[in-house]
Design a binder for this molecule. Structure first.
Ligand SMILES: *[C@@H]1O[C@H](CO)[C@@H](O)[C@H](O)[C@H]1NC(C)=O
Ligand SMILES: *[C@@H]1O[C@H](CO)[C@@H](O)[C@H](O)[C@H]1NC(C)=O
Ligand SMILES: *[C@@H]1O[C@H](CO)[C@@H](O)[C@H](O)[C@H]1NC(C)=O
Ligand SMILES: *[C@@H]1O[C@H](CO)[C@@H](O)[C@H](O)[C@H]1NC(C)=O
Ligand SMILES: *[C@@H]1O[C@H](CO)[C@@H](O)[C@H](O)[C@H]1NC(C)=O
Ligand SMILES: *[C@@H]1O[C@H](CO)[C@@H](O)[C@H](O)[C@H]1NC(C)=O
Ligand SMILES: *[C@@H]1O[C@H](CO)[C@@H](O)[C@H](O)[C@H]1NC(C)=O
Ligand SMILES: CC(=O)N[C@H]1CO[C@H](CO)[C@@H](O)[C@@H]1O
Length: 747
């Protein structure tokens, strides 16, 4: 047993105990985290690699932040693989091909003008079962009865044009307009919700403004359909990998048509109708304009009206792509055999923020297999809210066939237009939202929404059946592995932002769903940010369970088997899963070598392979929360970067004399410090001390004269160790990360 105190940068370690089987470090941050956060990351990464190198333990962490921080686990920067939400690699670019229909003209250099919507791609209307049947197609005919009671066919678009060209002064005019080319619904569509919205719910001036200014523009937009969309829109059918890209302007035009209910063959709710396996798209097919029972429905309509107001005022210049991913059974992971350790997965769990605010991450839509769910009906939960605050998402409902169990839909680039408050019945529109996310090289907003549908469960025993567990794992994995490199062992960025998937109306269990998503993320190698929607108990449960699994080096395959075994127990009840896992995981490691004798602090006798860091933040570091709230991309200014390099040198050179002033940091008088100055060392020397007896060549790589070089140079030359060694990989990553942190390039 020896005691070390590690003094790196401005982070101070205290009470460190090292013996052959465990490292127990208590860290106190002595300076405001605004400067320290990224060094702290570096340290955490190092600790992880250390634990893997020794192959005795996985890294676990519990952070007990003062100041009411809402998150646990690793910081969000670990989700991006960068300090900035926009530092992750872009998704594959928009490029027209046989399975990617691009409805606008892509300039030869691939770059779209920043604010000008791209021109439509030229093409010919296709009226068949592979493409969206357009209201403006010459094949779209409508039976009209003449005064003699005889019925003959008229071009539907002509009827629509004449109806929408007339003035529409109030909600009754609007209803009659829609009915004029949907005559069969004269007796069923009453537009009660629409009338209530415009005649009671909105202020008189608001309604007036809508009919005087906005609606005529929506009508014009709808009528521009033949100009704006010239090439056919393929249907994203089941069992295909297929993409569609549209300009935001084209989407607004399609939505304007849906607003006026112009799409042919989309009016029927009959099980035999052609589009039976597609979501509803005409706004009133599912009675969107009828509901009066709840204000939340009127608030959804307000979101839609706001969207139209925005897009007719200023035509958005970007594009959006929709990609269906379908992985056949043979290509799905063999879950029981997966060797992937869960402890490698960076996990961030937050109780206060929401998924749609997790910039830069793949945001999960808790979807209905018919996309949009009840957005055009009475629903008002996660998916519906997302679709009304980002209405461009709704156009997916026009062409996405119902999702199969092995399928997911990724939507990249949909802009957010509205703020909101509440949930379900309490949902309210809360004003305009200006989407500040940057555009990628293809002109898409850097917002990725992943639609995956959970199964609805009527009973726990069904949810815990082997088939159901496998189905949910596959579903999540198909989504999370979108655009990942199957050859790579490295973490894939950006990470996934998710939460209680399928745990509302679908009756799922949060303990199980969080674990399944953890496994799917680990398998797809994407970091996971989990948002518990205010539930701090769940947040802590998830982190505790993760720590347990990581500490015991549990793999995805093992956990799969444990859960399946649990599901075969007699009394499957949700409160017992975690207890069960705790028992089985702990007993599972009893076969490993008995713990060495140790007197270092440990709460539990079974924590044989624990590396645990308790993080204590002094009360002075109050701005951490605001830092993270804003997740500012540049915690470092350029000056800071230079200074920090300087400090590395200073620290390492002064290791012999710990009493020497450390220039910028005079906070070592902090009352928390109880270090033993004689043993104070720099981080990298400590690495050597700890690793030296394990692998001398490896430890050299980050040490001695090469230290600065390896910090400055993104070179793997010094790491000529066996490439397959996971620790080497990690070392590379650390070096890479350190280099990233100090890079002057904007990230
Ligand atoms: C970690 O350090 C803090 C501050 O010195 C102390 O209060 C706490 O008890 C320590 N925790 C452990 C597990 O030693
Ligand atoms: C942890 O799991 C990995 C992958 O299964 C394995 O290679 C390694 O030996 C395990 N380590 C321990 C200490 O069990
Ligand atoms: C879709 O693409 C994935 C690879 O990303 C492939 O494994 C799968 O077989 C493809 N699906 C179909 C139906 O071709
Ligand atoms: C373990 O340590 C205790 C005192 O800390 C000592 O009495 C005991 O003999 C040790 N056991 C072994 C196996 O070293
Ligand atoms: C440490 O810095 C203080 C002022 O910050 C200075 O007064 C003192 O002389 C310095 N001590 C050494 C050993 O350099
Ligand atoms: C050192 O800390 C004291 C308070 O602890 C502060 O007043 C002083 O400005 C600091 N000096 C430097 C150089 O940061
Ligand atoms: C980067 O590494 C090369 C050799 O590997 C060295 O010559 C060069 O000085 C290094 N650059 C910096 C900035 O340290
Ligand atoms: C009113 C209306 O548009 N009715 C159409 C609904 O869709 C069926 C086909 O699914 C058409 O035959 C109807 O004319």
């Amino acid at each position: 047993m020896s005691y070390l105190t590690i003094h790196i940068f401005i982070v101070q370690f205290i009470q460190t105990a090292v013996d052959s089987t465990q490292v127990y470090i208590n860290i106190t941050l002595l300076t405001p985290l605004s400067v320290n956060l990224m060094r702290f990351n570096t340290l955490l990464t190092y600790m992880k690699s250390l634990s893997r190198r020794k192959q005795v333990c996985a890294f676990t962490m519990s952070s007990e932040m003062d100041g009411g921080d809402s998150w646990r686990g690793v910081p969000l920067s670990e989700m991006y693989g960068s300090q900035s939400p926009w530092g992750s690699p872009e998704f594959s670019l928009v490029s027209p091909s046989f399975n990617h229909a691009v409805l606008y003209h892509v300039p030869s250099d691939g770059c779209l003008a920043d604010d000008k919507p791209p021109k439509p791609q030229i093409g010919h209307d296709k009226w068949d079962s592979e493409h969206v049947r357009m209201p403006c197609s010459s094949h779209s005919l409508y039976p009209v009865e003449d005064s003699n009671g005889e019925s003959h066919l008229k071009k539907r678009w002509e009827m629509i044009e004449s109806a929408l060209s007339k003035p529409i002064r109030n909600s009754h005019d609007l209803a009659n307009t829609i009915l004029s080319y949907n005559t069969k619904f004269r007796n069923t569509w009453k537009f009660r919700g629409l009338h209530k919205l415009f005649n009671e719910y909105l202020e008189e001036e608001e309604s007036q403004y809508f009919f005087d200014v906005t609606l005529p523009e929506i009508a014009k937009l709808a009528l521009a359909l033949p100009k704006l969309i010239q090439s056919p829109i393929p249907l994203l059918k089941k069992h295909t990998n297929r993409s569609i890209s549209l300009s935001q302007q084209q989407i607004s035009c399609l939505l304007a048509n849906a607003f006026f209910c112009t799409f042919p063959r989309r009016n029927s709710t009959k099980p035999t109708s052609e589009y039976n396996s597609y979501p509803f798209f005409n706004f009133n097919t599912y009675r969107f304009y009828e509901a009066t029972d709840s204000d939340s429905n009127l608030e959804k309509l307000k979101c839609i009206c706001h969207y139209f107001r925005r897009v007719v005022t200023k035509v958005p210049g970007g594009v959006v792509s929709f990609t269906r991913r379908s992985v056949p059974g043979r290509a799905l992971p063999a879950w029981p055999r997966s060797q992937r350790p869960l402890g490698c997965l960076p996990l961030h769990v937050d109780a206060s923020r929401t998924i749609e605010d997790a910039d830069g991450l793949i945001q999960v839509d808790f979807a209905n297999k018919y996309l949009g769910g009840g957005v055009l009906g009475h629903g008002c939960v996660q998916e519906e809210i997302r679709f009304v605050i980002c209405p461009e998402l709704m156009v997916s409902m026009l062409f996405t066939e119902v999702l199969s169990p092995n399928e997911a839909l990724m939507i990249i680039g949909a802009e957010r237009y509205s703020k909101y408050s509440g949930y379900g019945q309490s949902f309210r529109w809360a004003g305009p939202h200006c989407d500040g996310s940057p555009r990628d090289s293809s002109g898409r907003r850097r917002r990725a929404l992943l639609a995956i549908d959970a199964l609805p469960y009527s009973s726990l025993s069904r949810e815990f059946s082997r088939d159901a567990i496998t189905r949910e794992l596959n579903k999540a994995w198909v989504g999370f592995s979108f655009d990942t490199d199957p050859q790579s062992e490295r973490a894939q960025y950006p990470g996934v932002a998710t939460g209680n998937w399928g745990c509302g109306a679908f009756g799922g269990t949060t303990q199980l769903k969080s674990l399944l998503q953890l496994m799917a993320c680990a398998q797809a190698r994407r970091p996971m940010a989990y948002f518990t929607f205010g539930d701090t108990k769940l947040r802590d449960e998830i982190v505790d369970m993760y720590n347990l699994l990581a500490r015991h080096n549990v793999t995805v395959g093992q956990l799969y088997k444990y859960i399946v075994k649990f599901s075969q127990e007699k009394d499957v009840s949700q409160s017992q899963l975690n207890l069960y896992l705790e028992q089985v995981v702990k007993s599972g490691t009893s076969a490993s070598p008995p713990p060495a004798n140790r007197s270092a602090p440990s709460k539990r006798s079974d924590d044989v392979m624990e590396t645990s860091i308790t993080e204590t933040v002094p009360a002075t570091t109050t701005d951490l929360e605001s830092q993270l709230e804003n997740h500012s991309p540049d915690l470092f200014t350029e000056d800071d970067i230079d200074q920090s390099l300087l400090e590395v040198t200073i620290e390492s050179e002064k290791k012999e004399n710990p009493h020497t002033n450390t220039s910028t940091n005079n906070q070592s008088t902090d009352k928390n410090e109880v270090s033993t100055p004689q043993k104070r060392m720099s981080l990298f020397d400590t690495m050597q001390a700890i690793e030296g007896d394990q692998n001398p060549t490896a430890s050299n790589t980050l040490l001695g004269n090469q230290r600065r070089n390896s910090l400055l140079n993104d070179t793997d030359a010094s790491m000529d160790e066996d490439k397959s060694d996971p620790a080497t990989e990690l070392k590379k990553k650390i070096t890479k990360k350190i280099t990233d942190y100090f890079s002057k390039k904007s990230i």
